[in-house]
Design a protein around this ligand. Structure first.
Ligand SMILES: *Cc1c(COP(=O)(O)O)cnc(C)c1O
Length: 429
């Protein structure tokens, strides 16, 4: 096997010039199922998970996959069967966990805007913990639980106020963020929670941001969290678990060098042990780092359009399929599925753009590509925050998805028809 394209993609590699996902040739699945097409590697998912599992070996720990990163049912099945719980942010995500056969007792419910109906649904299902984000939410959750003659297990999300050094839209643990409660208010809010009849305080949580590629913000956040654990427990409120959130980055390009999950946790656990909290249950909520580099999106070149200032490579995938460039100016590597394409066009610098009627609909800028109409390209690192953020904008049906396991390719989502995109709409009489 020839070396992989990027260090983060050991399960997507060229063999004799053809791109493979594990033992499946990409151009063949694309021919069989059409494009745009998401292709996931099950081995890549499980190997990303294994790095965390190694990090927590011998510990009382629970990995809760943050399913908003990619909530396709078969993706959830893979993680559920490997022992994961789930971090959910809506009642809809809870239904997905149940449909995929996940263990609801291993579900934690995050998010700043849980409705009473969602609280009721999650209490009835018997989830493991509510990660509460405000004082007002504590009061409402207690009321809902009392009415159901239950006590809701709660953790409070605190802002350690460390800068994760990532994109502002995905930086969540700073003062001024809508998430969590301020570090200095946490002890008071914990006392309030402990006084409410419908709650049972069981833990503390934080989540400082996403696509974090440095270790220092995590180490600082852990120090701040352990300080809080000490002051909350000194107030007589026992905490069973510490939930340290998610956020570990992946290498979208060779410029991103995030720490490996096991190495990061070796350093974090050393801190936990040194402070005497090594016997507490640890929970984490990784999303992107479990699925981001386990998925790619295959797209066909529709047209090349030379221009005075720019050349455009117009592909059949768009911002509705791959929203990250438009939303966060994010970078995805874009590579051919066949090296040395037969038409032998000279490589040119292109902006790679989709068919959606928005100037923001670009997938890659200034890319050297040797392409012509009909060629297939792979947009790399497309496992996280792509399909789960996909929309029907421009009445584009959402892409199909394939999960590769060795030499088999399972269709895990059929391509969405136009009719399905308007099935809930009603014509006037
Ligand atoms: C989004 C989110 C995560 C997962 O973040 P990643 O960067 O995908 O690992 C974890 N916890 C909470 C509360 C989140 O909102």
């Amino acid at each position: 096997m020839t070396p992989s394209i990027l260090p983060g993609h050991p399960y997507f590699a060229y063999r004799d010039g053809a791109l493979f996902a594990e033992d499946v040739q990409i151009s063949e699945v694309a021919r069989a199922h059409g494009t745009p097409l998401f292709v996931y590697s099950k081995t890549a998912m499980l190997s990303a998970l294994a790095a965390y599992q190694r990090g927590f070996a011998g510990r009382d720990a629970q990995i809760c996959y943050a399913m908003k990163a990619n909530s396709s049912l078969a993706v959830l099945q893979v993680f559920a069967r490997a022992g994961c719980g789930f971090d959910i942010v809506s009642g809809g995500e809870l239904e997905r966990v149940q449909r995929a056969g996940g263990d609801v007792k291993k579900v934690i419910f995050s998010g700043v805007g849980k409705t009473r109906a969602e609280m009721h649904q999650a209490l009835a299902a018997g989830i493991g913990c509510f990660n509460v984000e405000s004082e007002a939410e504590l009061d409402v959750l207690s009321e809902v639980a009392v009415a159901m003659k239950l006590r809701a297990p709660v953790s409070i999300r605190v802002n350690p106020n460390v800068d994760p050094k990532t994109h502002p839209y995905i930086s969540t643990g700073l003062k001024g963020s809508k998430f969590g409660v301020a570090h200095e208010d946490a002890p008071r809010i914990y006392r309030h929670a402990a006084s409410l009849p419908g709650l049972r305080v069981i833990g503390i949580d934080c989540h400082i941001g996403s696509q974090i590629t440095e270790t220092t913000p995590y180490l600082d956040a852990m120090d701040r969290m352990l300080d809080l654990v000490a002051s909350i427990e000194a107030a007589g409120i026992a905490l069973d678990h510490i939930d340290f959130g998610g956020g570990l980055g992946i290498n979208y390009s060779t410029d991103d060098m995030p720490p490996e999950a096991d190495e990061l946790w070796r350093q974090l656990l050393a801190k936990v042990d040194a402070r005497g909290y090594g016997d507490k249950k640890l929970m984490i909520e990784p999303g992107r780092s479990l699925i981001g580099n386990a998925g790619i999106c295959i797209t066909e070149v529709l047209y090349t359009k030379p221009g005075e200032q720019k050349n455009f490579c117009i592909i059949d995938a768009a911002m509705n399929d791959l929203p990250r460039p438009a939303m966060y100016q994010a970078f995805h590597a874009i590579v051919p599925t066949t090296l040395a394409p037969p038409h032998e066009a000279a490589a040119l610098m292109y902006d790679v753009v989709g068919p959606v009627c928005e100037s923001g609909d670009w997938i890659g800028r200034d890319r050297m590509l040797d392409v012509g109409a009909g060629d297939l390209l792979a947009v790399m690192s497309a496992g996280a925050y792509c399909m789960s953020m996909a929309s029907n904008y421009n009445t584009r049906g959402r892409a199909a998805e394939i999960l590769v396991d060795g030499a088999s390719a399972h269709v895990i989502r059929l391509r969405e028809t136009a009719a399905a995109t308007f099935q809930n709409e009603q014509l006037l009489p």
